[in-house]
Design a protein around this ligand. Structure first.
Ligand SMILES: O=C(O)c1cc(C(=O)O)oc(=O)c1
Length: 304
């Protein structure tokens, strides 16, 4: 099948630099995606965007280039609840990738078991309106109850303004919860203002809540962009991510978000994105937890 990319689509950065920051041994890129290829794994009819292809081979080449040891491949919304591309990436990773799926309530127990065997360890619930149609909360709660006995967790993606209305649902979930991209704070607001304080309270009051401190390239309003050797990219995001890393050092994850779906302004150099990490995790101890110990505990607990 032939797919036409969404107009204005930005493809991933073809020649990422080698990072200056040396990742600790065993570092995990805990948030990245594969797209298709569409000819092999068609994009879902209900998708809100049509991406460029971004294959598992490209993802694993980037892993090696940047110095990561492993990946967590998160189901992208352009594939809906058809997890074949993501699962195919896992089963061809030599055990170096685990995954997060999207499922409907119609998923069978046998399908969940097959995904578990392939390396899936979580499901993703998405509340970002430009990415997905609404799924009723009772369906999501039913799914959460079904995946909990497998030891899986729930990944949630939402925007900061929506946290108050989603609070009761999130805090009723029976599993570990992992928030994508810090719940998308508006970084033009103060880091100690009411909106981000609510997110900090969410993590403080609920010890089962983790956060990915990823996607400065999405959240930044002032840049500078991670391009052309820039070592001080996305400065306005640093106070937010640094606060979460330092307050909850044992419940944070980091990922590239490659191939960076839906960026409109620029496509970052992934090597320079890695160079952002020591600005938010400023000591070797914090870096070890963020990049190795925490993702290993969540995704490869049998190896700890
Ligand atoms: O902000 C986004 O556009 C975005 C989209 C997706 C997806 O389509 O799955 O995943 C992400 O992590 C971020």
């Amino acid at each position: 099948m032939e797919f036409q990319k969404t107009p204005g689509w930005l493809d991933w950065f073809a020649v990422p630099s080698a990072p200056t920051f040396k990742l600790p041994a065993g570092a995990v890129d805990a948030h990245c995606h594969v797209f298709g290829p569409g000819a092999e794994f068609p994009y879902a009819p209900e998708r809100k965007y049509t991406p460029c292809d971004a294959s598992k081979a490209r993802l694993y080449a980037l892993r090696d280039h940047l110095g990561f040891a492993r990946n967590v491949v998160v189901q992208a919304t352009c594939h809906g609840a058809d997890n074949r591309a993501m699962v195919d990436a896992l089963v061809h990773s030599n055990g170096k990738a685990r995954g997060v799926a999207t499922v409907r309530r119609t998923v069978s127990d046998a399908e969940l078991q097959q995904m578990h065997a392939a390396g899936v360890r979580g499901v993703r619930f998405n509340f970002v309106k430009r990415l997905v149609d609404f799924t009723p909360k009772d369906e999501l709660m039913e799914i959460a109850a079904r995946i909990a006995p497998l030891g899986w967790h729930v990944v949630i993606y939402f925007e900061a303004v929506d946290l108050p209305e989603l609070w009761d649902f999130f805090t009723a979930l029976p599993t570990t919860i992992v928030v994508d991209h810090m719940g998308r704070p508006d970084v033009s607001k103060p880091v100690d203002g009411p909106e981000f304080e609510l997110f900090v309270k969410f993590m403080r009051d609920y010890p089962n809540v983790w956060s990915k401190v990823s996607c400065p390239e999405r959240l930044s309003l002032t840049g500078p962009k991670a391009l052309n050797g820039e070592q001080n990219a996305y400065r306005d995001v640093v106070p937010f991510a640094k606060r979460i890393v330092e307050t909850f050092p044992d419940r944070v994850l980091w990922g590239t978000d490659w191939p960076h779906p839906n960026l409109k302004d620029h496509m970052p150099d992934d090597g320079l994105l890695v160079d952002f990490i020591p600005h938010i995790a400023t000591t070797p101890e914090l870096q070890q937890k963020l990049l190795v110990d925490n993702p290993m505990r969540l995704y490869w607990p049998e190896e700890k």
